[in-house]
Write a protein that binds this ligand. Structure first.
Ligand SMILES: [Zn+2]
Length: 190
């Protein structure tokens, strides 16, 4: 079961087999302080968004490069652009379609648009002097994007990527109101 989540190298690096050690490798492969845990498990975000984002940060999603590596698929080309290999970095930041969505939303939220990885994004938000609520809102948007980047079908994502920034947020606003508008607040005021 652990082999589904940890590589053989990670498993072999454990000094002895124990669930506790394996779990710590799973949640923090580098052994560094888990400063991003609070970011991932932020309460504003939907549980399914948090879970997919957790796997995405650990690069454990079933991207096509991994499926090919495991012999599940013979093709590793990105489902969106069909040109480059679909790995975590490409799926969320490198692909022309996801990159367009990311730049529109990062620009609106005033996040550094040159960020090109999820750990980099977490670190950037973590280091800002924002209130806890504002950081939570930024992470909520980010995890929503990660979820839809992985779970939506290709045609829906492509059409989303061609929307203007205003249209993207009109959709996001309608979705928020449909959920009760609980978190519909001006994040910009801190
Ligand atoms: Zn692509």
């Amino acid at each position: 079961m652990m082999k589904l989540h940890l590589s053989e190298v990670q498993l072999c690096s454990l000094s002895k087999y124990s669930i506790k050690l394996a779990y710590s490798q799973l949640v923090s492969p580098s052994g560094n302080k888990m400063y991003w845990a609070n970011a991932i498990w932020c309460k504003l975000a939907q549980p399914k968004h948090r879970f997919i984002s957790w796997l995405a940060v650990l690069e454990r999603l079933s991207t096509k490069d991994r499926l090919k590596l495991f012999g599940v698929s013979v093709d590793d080309l990105c489902l969106l652009c069909g040109v480059e290999v679909e790995n975590h970095s490409h799926l969320f930041f490198g692909c022309q379609y996801s990159s367009r969505c990311w730049e529109q939303i990062a620009g609106f939220l005033q996040i550094n648009t040159s960020i090109r990885s999820l750990p980099q994004l977490i670190k950037w938000i973590h280091r800002r002097k924002f209130t806890k609520f504002r950081k939570g809102v930024l992470f909520t948007f980010a995890w929503c994007l990660v979820y839809h980047g992985k779970m939506e079908d290709a045609s829906a994502l492509k059409s989303f990527a061609t929307l203007s920034r205003g249209a993207i947020f009109a959709k996001s606003d309608a979705s928020s109101r449909a959920r009760g508008g609980r978190h519909h607040q001006n994040y910009g005021n801190g």
